[in-house]
Ligand binder design. Structure first.
Ligand code: SF4
Ligand code: ZN
Ligand code: ZN
Length: 324
């Protein structure tokens, strides 16, 4: 991003305050907000993320990405013909989680969107730090496992057809390139496609409307649209050297070849359109997706709780009500 001086907005007579290099556009603040929203709507249409009548559950963490996705979708839900609700997973990270919950509920109220809160300690019996201690697994891998399970199970239990997450293009490109460098399984690719179709009783569809948005564009939109977010990072956040190096390399290429990242993201979207359900069977305990007959949550909790918690988690999710 670069902020220019005394250049006219491409859409009106006002002075441009934002330069979008890959689009060769200079825009004033209002027209940048409009431009960003149109681009998100473009992604929704290009990848057919929603069908009219879809019940859409937006996963909102309190960070800028998911709150931005929520804001844009809430603004255009009627035009898209979808019903919208938010869901927030309270990981039990003390003050950080309290602040996140407050910010999410406030944002949902402002956007006129009802929100469910899933307190991990009540649903699973442990907070994330307790789970880390008991399992001795890295926090972020546990967090990912638990969130994936809970979002999918919640959508199925509450009758939502699509789960929306705030993954953006920079995050996705780094993940995909890291995957190529480290030789992760190909099936993982479907997890970060713009759209992952659902399977009845097994998966809710996944949609990523920020698939073609750069991180700086989201930061700027959040600021100009006045969206409050949680600034402090998660206490478990750490610097992953491989990811950081890939991100730097991508930025360097993008500076030389504006538009490179979007072209790459579009090419990857074609190669990641595979069926995420290939080789997946229902867990013998909780009927959620698994690759070996026992899902990752049941496998984990057999060790941490002495029993597979999937069935109990699903039952407890049924009792979660929308926050006031
Ligand atoms: Fe979860 Fe925190 Fe790791 Fe993000 S940084 S994946 S919120 S534990
Ligand atoms: Zn303008
Ligand atoms: Zn299970």
């Amino acid at each position: 991003m670069s902020r220019s001086v005394r250049v006219k907005c491409a859409k009106c007579e006002r002075e441009a305050t934002v330069r979008v290099p890959y689009a060769k556009l200079s825009l004033c603040s209002d027209h940048y907000v409009e431009y960003f929203e149109r681009r998100v709507l473009g992604v929704i249409s290009r990848y057919r993320l929603f069908r009219s009548g879809d019940r859409v559950l937006v996963a909102v963490s309190g960070g800028k990405d998911s709150l931005t996705a929520l804001r844009v979708l809430s603004k255009y839900r009627s035009a898209l013909g979808v019903e919208l609700a938010g869901v927030h997973i309270d990981l039990g990270l003390g003050a950080h989680s309290e602040e996140s919950r407050r910010v999410v509920l406030e944002s949902c109220r402002e956007s006129g969107v009802e929100c469910y809160v899933i307190p991990l300690s009540e649903i699973l019996g442990y907070t994330l730090p307790e789970l880390v201690r008991r399992s001795r697994r890295p926090p972020c891998s546990l967090c990912g496992l638990v969130k994936r399970y809970l979002l999918n199970a919640a959508a199925l239990e509450w009758g939502f057809s699509v789960v929306v997450t705030g993954h953006h293009m920079d995050h996705i490109l780094v993940f995909r390139l890291k995957e190529a460098l480290t030789g992760q399984r190909e099936r993982e690719a479907a997890k970060l496609a713009p759209f992952t179709p659902g399977a009845p009783g097994l998966y809710a569809a996944r949609a990523r409307p920020l698939y073609e948005a750069c991180e700086w564009e989201i930061k700027l939109y959040r600021e100009l649209a006045g969206i409050r977010h949680v600034e402090a990072p998660c206490p478990f956040k750490y610097r992953d050297v491989i990811s950081a190096s890939i991100a730097e390399m991508l930025e360097k290429i993008e500076r030389e070849i504006p538009g490179f990242k979007i072209s790459l993201a579009r090419r990857l979207a074609k190669s990641s359109a595979g069926d995420a359900t290939i080789g997946v069977t229902p867990c013998k305990y909780c009927q959620m997706p698994s690759s070996s007959g026992v899902c990752s949550l049941c496998r984990l909790t057999l060790r941490t709780h002495g029993e597979p918690m999937g069935p109990r988690v699903r039952e407890r999710l049924r009792g979660v009500v929308k926050a006031e």
